[in-house]
Design a protein around this ligand. Structure first.
Ligand SMILES: C[S@@+](CC[C@H](N)C(=O)[O-])C[C@H]1O[C@@H](n2cnc3c(N)ncnc32)[C@H](O)[C@@H]1O
Length: 346
């Protein structure tokens, strides 16, 4: 028998409220709603998570912004989102659109691409020798991190770059910059098991739908990043982080190869995480290479850093380099998982 999803909604409601008050309230209401399991009737195991239903409804609302439910969504309602109980409007919307929601939940999986992490990767690039770089982002999703040199960054002291999208990342200790310069990227490529294609409006809508509506700033900066992407798209190819890494590195254009991963390795099991690092080691034995990573040591034991136990959403930034076959690892900073702050460790 398929496991019920209602307990996951109850758990979500308990844990998500500080970050997602709307979804927490909806989660509590959905956990006791008799219609819930029907919406997941066709969904495979990996899709049986609360965020998939939330994304499905959000996806429909993005094309239906006059629906009464949209007034409760901070990213859609403008300055004055409705403050009453959102549950009746949500359940009514689910009843009215049950066939579409059921189909979306059965065929989609949550997918994110967090623009704010570009700030962390820029800080990592800055620790590499200056010069043209060939950037390969592994677990690239839609490829937004490949545009890190096209965004601007405000580290609390100064702004680096000039762009329609300004990302704020406050840096500790105060006075230390996020980076001295933007990287000089001369070629770029993304690799992802399940890439999203931002030139397809449906993929873009799904990516936007997966952002939690309470986090309106994330939603709006994603919209701006997509606009920048569409002005000059970057390629993301389908492939596996381990099996297709060597081919992807080999097909990079001019520049010193820099592989990046941000919140990607935690989606591999520990054996594949180690296989990824071993593959980098193998490649690093044949050519100079760098790896900039922003990952959770708790979820990625293969990282070249001692696992800390300071919190579930701890993200650590590090850089590994291979020069003449010699590897060197540096742990640089603790960070917010979405790049809102960075605390230098070195
Ligand atoms: C949480 S997203 C992070 C995306 C992006 N790096 C960011 O920071 O926003 C994780 C990404 O890793 C990809 N992924 C998971 N396993 C993978 C694998 N074995 N090979 C390639 N990509 C993988 C997923 O498809 C997804 O796009």
């Amino acid at each position: 028998m398929t496991a019920r999803v209602a307990p996951h909604f109850a758990a979500f409601a308990r844990t998500a409220s500080p970050r997602a008050p709307l979804y927490a309230r909806l989660g509590a209401g959905l956990a006791v709603w008799p219609g819930l399991e029907d919406l997941y009737a066709d969904a495979p195991g990996t899709a049986r998570v609360p965020v998939n239903l939330f994304a499905a409804v959000h996806y429909l609302l993005l094309a239906d912004r006059d629906a009464p439910l949209a007034r409760f969504y901070p990213n859609l309602a403008g300055d004055t989102p409705a403050t009453g109980d959102p549950v009746p409007a949500f359940l009514e919307y689910c009843n009215e659109h049950s066939a579409e929601i059921r189909a979306l939940v059965a065929t989609r999986l949550p997918q994110t691409n967090e623009t704010g992490r570009s700030a962390l990767l820029v800080a990592g690039f800055d620790r590499l020798p200056a010069g043209p770089k060939a950037h390969l982002d592994v677990g690239a999703s839609a490829g937004l991190s490949l545009m890190l040199d096209r965004f601007a960054y405000d580290d609390g002291n100064r702004v680096l770059g000039d762009s329609a999208l300004l990302l704020e990342c406050s840096v500790l200790p105060p006075g230390r910059p996020l980076a001295d310069r933007l990287p000089e990227v001369t070629s770029r490529l993304g690799l992802d098991r399940r890439p999203l294609d931002l030139t397809d409006p449906d993929d873009t809508r799904w990516l936007e739908a997966c952002v939690w509506p309470d986090q309106a700033d994330r939603f709006h900066r994603l919209e701006r990043a997509v606009e920048l992407f569409l002005a000059d798209p970057v390629p993301v190819r389908q492939g596996d982080a381990v099996d297709d890494l060597a081919d992807a590195v080999a097909s990079l254009g001019p520049g010193e190869p820099v592989v990046t991963t941000s919140w990607a390795l935690s989606y591999l099991d520990p054996v594949r995480q180690h296989a990824f690092v071993e593959e980098l080691d193998r490649l690093g034995g044949t050519r100079d290479l760098a790896w900039v990573w922003a990952e959770s040591p708790e979820l990625v034991p293969a990282l070249p850093v001692d696992a800390t136990r300071e919190g579930d959403d701890l993200t650590v930034l590090g850089v590994s380099t291979w020069s003449d076959g010699v590897r060197s690892d540096r742990t640089l900073a603790r960070c917010h998982p979405h790049g809102y702050w960075l605390h230098w460790l070195d």
